[in-house]
Write a protein that binds this ligand. Structure first.
Ligand SMILES: C[S@@+](CC[C@H](N)C(=O)[O-])C[C@H]1O[C@@H](n2cnc3c(N)ncnc32)[C@H](O)[C@@H]1O
Length: 243
């Protein structure tokens, strides 16, 4: 199933069990700041960070196209404090936010150049003058998809019901910066899979697309400890403000 890990309720449970609070969440919390602001979390998924930000006093809207992920988010404690929208960047209300986020590599699911620029433009419209954008995307130079192989990526994910599922991936770069990924899930009684196309943009591509869509870049770090780009965690951690 395409995007099954976000769209299939069973695989969403696996996503949620696997993707726990980590250094990236700490980074985004710090980037949003302590003063209460209006936050747009585009591609909020199952709402781990979205709900935590609302719990810290921010007025938070989570937007995601995946109904099953949003259902999981809405069922969590604290979810009532968040405004949830099923949709994409185009569905974000205009001039309504101080900060827009895309976390855990949402940017990489916006594959085509048009799709990416359309989303950046919509986010630009969604923020107020001077509003900020913070997101992460993997640095293609690290070629992290080469480790998403059946043997290297194979691991067990403990599930809330006490069982566990074996998860492994395969990935192929079909053209420069475009990677087809399939995740396989082996439950005790059945198997499922989820496929997606992911885009790996260079720093130059990120900077050019941001400049074209009304964003001025404030930082491009290489990891969650604010390392220089090209070093660190194999990430580009990007901050920009609306111009
Ligand atoms: C890896 S998950 C990240 C979820 C969440 N931000 C987190 O930190 O756990 C990627 C999310 O991007 C969402 N997504 C995929 N295509 C999207 C699009 N065109 N616009 C917005 N979100 C999208 C998926 O539904 C999924 O929830």
């Amino acid at each position: 199933m395409r995007h099954g890990e976000f769209e299939d309720p069973v695989l969403v449970t696996v996503y949620d069990a696997e993707c726990r609070w980590a250094a990236d969440d700490d980074f985004f919390v710090e980037a949003v700041g302590t003063a209460p602001v209006r936050v747009l979390d585009l591609g909020c998924g199952t709402g781990r960070l979205t709900i935590a930000l609302a719990g810290r006093g921010h007025r938070v809207t989570g937007v995601d196209p995946a109904a099953a992920s949003l259902a999981a988010a809405r069922a969590k404690p604290g979810a009532a404090a968040v405004t949830w929208i099923q949709g994409t960047a185009a569905d974000a209300p205009p001039a309504s936010f101080d900060v827009a986020l895309m976390t855990s590599h949402v940017a990489q699911y916006l594959v085509g150049d048009d799709e990416w620029r359309t989303a950046l433009s919509a986010l630009r419209r969604a923020v107020v003058p001077g509003g900020r954008l913070v997101f992460d995307t993997r640095d293609p130079a690290f070629r992290s998809w080469t480790t998403w192989s059946p043997v290297e990526s194979r691991h067990a994910v403990p599930l809330p019901d006490g069982g566990d599922v074996l998860v492994w991936s395969e990935a192929t770069e079909t053209e420069p910066g475009v990677v087809e990924v399939t995740r396989h899930y082996e439950f005790p009684d059945r198997a499922r899979s989820s496929s997606a196309t992911m885009r790996f943009r260079t720093e130059a591509e990120l900077r050019a697309s941001l400049a074209e869509t009304g964003w001025a870049v404030d930082f491009v770090f290489g990891g969650w400890q604010r390392q220089p780009a090209g070093t660190g965690d194999g990430e580009f951690v990007v901050g920009a403000h609306a111009v």
